[in-house]
Design a protein around this ligand. Sequence first.
Ligand SMILES: [Fe+2]
Length: 252
Amino acid sequence: MATKKATNRREFISTSLKGGLAITVGLGAASPLLQSFSTQPNIASPGSNTGFDQQPLPYKYDALENVIDSMTMEIHYSKHAAAYSKNVKEAALAEKVDTNRPLEEVLAKISSYSAKMRNNGGGHYNHEMFWQCMQPKKENNAPAGTLLKAIVKDFTSFEYFKKQFGDAGKTRFGSGWAWLYISKNKKLMIGSTPNQDNPLMDTSDIKGFPLLGLDVWEHAYYLKYQNKRADYVDNWWNLVNWDYVASRFDTI
Ligand SMILES: [Fe+2]
């Protein structure tokens, strides 16, 4: 078990991951994203974890044209995602959850809470992350540096990674998410979850720290793509904010 004076951050992180999601005390100087990968994040740094309030969209509704249309973004952000935030706060009030604590604490023990908390807590977390995982369209959009090396190591190539991740989104039956995440043994993994579940939840079949998430609910694409989810997934690669994904990866 790590102590409060963990001097070797990488060693500490490794220990934490091997031990599951339960070790966090003493990470005050570490990345807030790493703190979010824990059941008891250090909240000494205000705002360093996911809160319960919806944060401003980091770009305008029309910034992702012509991959995701402006109306879809407006409805998605201001109606769907806003409702998840509103409803998770209602659930928190009813279930006596301290909303000054990070949402990640609830997700890690979501089996102890109501379906309302699970659906809306997941929905809020997933969308807060999703907005940041995107940016205006870029040609030849691809990761670089250590993240690219890790992708190639674990998936043989970036193209094969995209194929596998894309298939996870395209084949998710009904509504859900595709994920790139880091498992407890520090391996990059691809998977998908139904509804608003995510790999942080103790109820999830896939468990780890999410790096990249793709919303494949129809509300994310139907106005422009109708039944062609595969086209939405294929075009979405032009929007991925790889710097943001790398910033999550670099915390591990
Ligand atoms: Fe969504």
